[in-house]
Design a protein around this ligand. Structure first.
Ligand code: SF4
Length: 696
C-alpha cells in the first residue's frame, strides 16, 4: 500500500463507463483524497460530482467484514467449503445447468475472467449472466449483427470532432457527465457544432441542445428508419462505402414502408432533424439506455447503425454510432465473455471452432454448446426451483431487476444463495444463506475497460478491512475447492490478466477484433505500472477507430444493414394502466446507492425518490406538487413524491431507479417494471412499462 506522504496513486473512478482517471491519496487513517487525473485520456482531470465525492464513500460503516453463514460469522475455510459443496451437490444431482452465477459490470476484468472461466470451462454451463444485461446487451447484439463482432467503432475524440452530436436515449449530462463536459467544451470552442437530443423527456442534457425531439417512448426504429428513407430519397448514401455493406436495398425498402407517425413528432421537426443529420458529414449518434432498455433495443441499435453505414460515416474522425455504457467495466465484461450468450474475447459460444480453441487453451473439462440463461430467464428459473444454487457477485437484483418482487421471492425460495458484496445491507444480501465479504473500490487491484475501449488500472490504496478478500481470490479458491486446482492456481490479478491477454491472441487468430495478446508477457512490475491503453493494439488501426476502412468482422467481410420493422413497447396502456412508466438514473446517485448513499454531499442533490408527472395529468387526477402519489402496475406498487413538471410528456411518468424499501409499497421502482425483454438481446424493457397513479 502507498505511503500516505508519498505520491498520489493513479486509478479509475468506481462508477460509470466514461472510465475517468483519478489520483488517490490515502490519509493513513482510512480517509482518501480524490482528484481527476490530468493525464487520463478519458477525462484529462475532469470529474463529475460522483467522482469528486468518492472520498466520502470509503468509510467502513455497514461494511461486511467477515463471512456469514446462515446468520453466523464463520471463517473463510468454512465459507468456501460450504460454497463448493453446495455447488458440487447441485451439479451431481441435477446437472451443471442447475447452478448459476449472476455477476456485475462493477467487477474488475480479472474477476470477470475467472467467473466466466469457472462457469463455461469447468462447471460446463453457460449460466453466467451479469447486470450488464440490463445495461447494454442490446448494443452487443446490434454490433454483432452489423459488424460481426461487438466492436465500438469510434473514440471519445469523435464526440469533440463532430459537427453534429445526436444523443439518443442518453441523458449524458447526468449519466456520463464528463463526456457531457467534453462535448460542452467543444461546443463552446466551436459554436457552430450542433447538439440534438432525442428523448421522450426534456432532460438536463437538453440544456446544451439546439434541438430536442420528444419522441413517443419506443419509437426510435421508426425515427431512424425515417432518416434512412430520407438518405435514400436525397441520394446522399455513400455508394463507394456501400460496396462494403450487405442489405442496403432491403433495409431501405423497409425504412420507406415505416410509419413516421409512430414517433408522435411534428413533421416540420422531423424534417429539420433529417436535414441536419444528412447535411452534416461529421455526425456522431450517441446512444445509451433509452435505446438499449427496450423490447426492440437491438433493432434500435441497428436502425442507428444503418444510417451510418449507408452514408459511410463510421470509423472516421468525428463520425459514427457510439454506445456509451453505464457501468465502469461493462466493456471488460464483454471482453471476457461474461454474458450468457458470449464465450471469451468476443468469440462465439455456438461456434464449434471457437469453443474447441477455448477448451484447449483452458484445458477445460466441459464446455456448454449453447447460450445460458439471460438475467430475466435466470431469476425466473430460480423461481421455478430449476436453479438450486446461485452465486451473486456485486449486484443487487432484488432491487434492480424488473419484476423485482418476483426476483426477491425467487431468491427467498432458492435452495442456496451466496452473495459476495461489500455490505450485508442490501435487499439481496438479506436473502443470502452465505455472505462473502469482498474488498471494495480503492482496496482492490485490476483493470477496467471504458466505453471507448481504453483499458486502465484500478489500484488498491486502502488496506483490506477485516477479512474482506478480493473477488479474484474467492473465485480462484472456489475453483480449487471444486477440484480444478491447476486451472485456478492464480496468485494475483497480473497473472490472470496475462492469461486473458494470451487467450485474446486466439480470438485474433480467428480474425476477430479483440486481441490484446501483445500484453500477455507483461511482468508484474509492468502490469503494476500500466498506463491507459486503447485497443486495437497493433496494425494500422492501433489505438484508433474501426471500420472507416470498410473492413468488418463478418464471414463476408462486409457490414450488414438490417431491414427493420418498428415495434411499439410490449405493454399497452389501457384504461386501468393509462400511463407509460419510464425509469432511470439521477445525477448524484449510483445503482442502488450502496456507495453513493454514504455521501452527504451527493445525497443533498435529490434527497428522496420522486415521480415526474405532467401538470395536465396532475391537475386531472388531483395530485398536488410534493404530495404523495401511489403508482400501481400489474407487477407492483410504489409510493413516491409528486414532481409536477412539463419535462415529461402528458401520459408519461418518470421515476428514479435507485431507492429501495423493505416492504411494499416503497420507492423500489423496478418492482413495477414488467419482465419483458428484447427477443434478440434479452435486455429488459425498463423504460416503457404501464402504470396507474393516484394521490396517496
Ligand atoms: Fe466517474 Fe463517470 Fe463521473 Fe467520470 S463521469 S467521474 S467515470 S461517474
Amino acid at each position: 500500500l502507498p505511503d500516505p506522504a508519498g505520491d498520489e496513486i493513479r486509478s479509475t473512478c468506481a462508477y460509470c463507463g466514461v472510465g475517468c482517471g483519478v489520483l488517490l491519496r490515502p490519509d493513513g487513517t482510512g480517509g482518501l483524497a480524490v482528484r481527476g487525473d490530468p493525464d487520463h485520456p478519458a477525462n484529462f482531470g475532469r470529474l463529475c460530482s460522483k467522482g469528486t465525492n468518492l472520498g466520502e464513500t470509503v468509510d467502513l460503516d455497514d461494511r461486511l467484514l467477515h463471512p456469514v453463514l446462515n446468520g453466523e460469522q464463520v471463517g473463510w475455510d468454512t465459507a468456501m467449503e460450504t460454497l463448493a459443496t453446495k455447488f458440487r451437490d447441485a451439479i451431481a444431482a441435477h446437472g451443471p445447468d442447475s447452478v448459476a452465477f449472476y455477476v456485475s459490470g462493477q467487477l474488475l476484468t480479472e474477476d470477470y475472467y475467472l467467473a466466466n472461466k469457472l462457469m463455461k470451462g469447468f462447471i460446463g454451463s453457460a449460466n453466467i449472466d451479469t447486470n450488464s444485461r440490463l445495461c447494454m446487451a442490446s448494443t452487443v447484439a446490434g454490433h454483432k449483427r452489423a459488424f460481426g463482432t461487438d466492436t465500438v467503432p469510434g473514440t471519445y475524440e469523435d464526440l469533440e470532432e463532430a459537427d453534429l452530436v445526436v444523443l439518443t436515449g442518453s441523458n449524458l449530462a447526468w449519466c456520463h457527465p464528463v463526456l457531457y463536459q467534453r462535448i460542452a467544451a467543444a461546443k463552446q470552442a466551436r459554436p457552430k457544432m450542433r447538439i440534438i437530443v432525442i428523448d421522450p423527456r426534456r432532460t438536463a442534457t437538453c440544456d446544451l441542445a439546439d434541438m430536442h425531439l420528444p419522441l413517443k417512448p419506443g419509437s426510435d426504429v421508426a425515427l431512424f428508419n425515417g432518416l434512412l428513407a430520407a438518405i435514400g430519397e436525397t441520394g446522399t448514401c455513400d455508394g463507394a462505402f456501400l460496396d462494403n455493406v450487405d442489405g442496403y436495398d432491403e433495409a431501405l425498402a423497409q425504412a420507406q414502408a415505416s410509419d413516421l407517425g409512430l414517433t408522435g413528432l411534428d413533421p416540420a421537426l422531423l424534417h429539420e432533424f433529417f436535414h441536419a443529420w444528412i447535411s452534416t458529414e461529421k455526425v456522431v449518434t450517441v446512444f445509451s439506455q433509452g435505446v438499449n432498455q427496450s423490447s426492440s433495443g437491438s433493432d434500435k441499435v441497428n436502425a442507428i447503425i444503418n444510417c451510418h453505414l449507408a452514408t459511410g460515416r463510421i470509423g472516421k474522425p468525428g463520425m459514427g454510432p457510439f454506445s456509451v455504457t453505464g457501468q465502469p467495466n461493462a466493456m471488460g465484461g464483454r471482453e471476457v465473455g461474461g454474458l450468457a450468450n458470449t464465450l471469451a474475447c468476443h468469440m462465439d459460444i455456438t461456434n464449434p471452432d471457437h469453443r474447441q480453441a477455448v477448451r484447449q487453451f483452458w484445458d477445460a473439462e466441459a464446455m456448454p454448446q449453447d447460450h445460458g440463461l439471460k438475467a430475466v430467464e435466470m431469476f425466473q428459473a430460480v423461481g421455478r426451483g430449476e436453479i438450486k444454487a446461485i452465486w451473486i457477485i456485486h449486484t443487487n437484483p432484488a432491487v434492480s431487476m424488473p419484476d423485482a418482487d418476483a426476483v426477491k421471492a425467487a431468491l427467498a425460495g432458492c435452495e442456496f444463495v451466496a452473495v459476495s458484496d461489500v455490505t450485508a445491507q442490501t435487499d439481496t444480501a438479506r436473502l443470502a444463506h452465505l455472505l462473502l465479504p469482498a474488498t471494495a473500490w480503492a482496496e482492490k487491484s485490476g483493470t477496467v475497460t471504458n466505453s471507448d475501449r481504453t483499458i486502465s488500472r484500478q489500484r488498491a490504496v486502502l488496506p483490506e478491512p477485516g477479512e474482506a478478500r478480493p473477488d479474484w481470490w474467492a473465485l480462484a479458491e472456489f475453483g480449487r475447492r471444486m477440484g480444478w486446482a491447476q486451472a485456478f492456481d492464480f496468485t494475483g490479478p497480473a497473472e490472470i490478466f496475462r492469461e486473458h491477454a494470451a487467450l485474446s491472441g486466439i480470438a485474433g487468430g480467428f480474425g476477430l477484433d479483440f486481441d490484446i495478446s501483445g500484453m500477455q508477457d507483461l511482468s508484474d512490475a509492468a502490469y503494476d505500472q500500466m498506463t491507459p491503453v486503447r485497443w486495437p493494439m497493433t496494425g494500422a488501426r492501433q489505438g484508433g477507430r474501426f471500420f472507416g476502412d470498410g473492413r468488418f468482422f463478418t464471414a463476408s467481410g462486409k457490414a450488414n444493414m438490417l431491414a427493420l420493422t418498428p415495434r411499439t413497447p410490449v405493454a399497452r396502456t389501457e384504461p386501468r394502466y393509462p400511463f407509460r412508466l419510464n425509469t432511470g438514473r439521477i445525477r448524484d446517485q449510483w445503482h442502488t446507492m450502496t456507495r453513493t448513499g454514504k455521501s452527504p454531499r451527493l445525497s443533498s442533490h435529490l434527497a428522496e425518490p420522486f415521480l415526474e408527472i405532467h401538470p395536465e395529468d396532475a391537475a386531472r387526477l388531483g395530485i398536488s406538487a410534493a404530495g404523495l402519489v401511489q403508482v400501481t402496475s400489474p407487477h407492483g406498487r410504489g409510493i413516491l413524491r409528486a414532481l409536477i413538471t412539463d419535462r415529461v410528456r402528458p401520459g408519461d411518468i418518470f421515476a428514479p431507479m435507485h431507492w429501495t424499501g423493505e416492504t411494499a409499497p416503497s420507492a423500489r421502482i423496478d418492482s413495477l417494471v414488467a419482465p419483458v425483454t428484447d427477443p434478440v438481446s434479452g435486455q429488459p424493457e425498463s423504460k416503457a412499462s404501464v402504470a396507474a397513479i393516484a394521490p396517496y
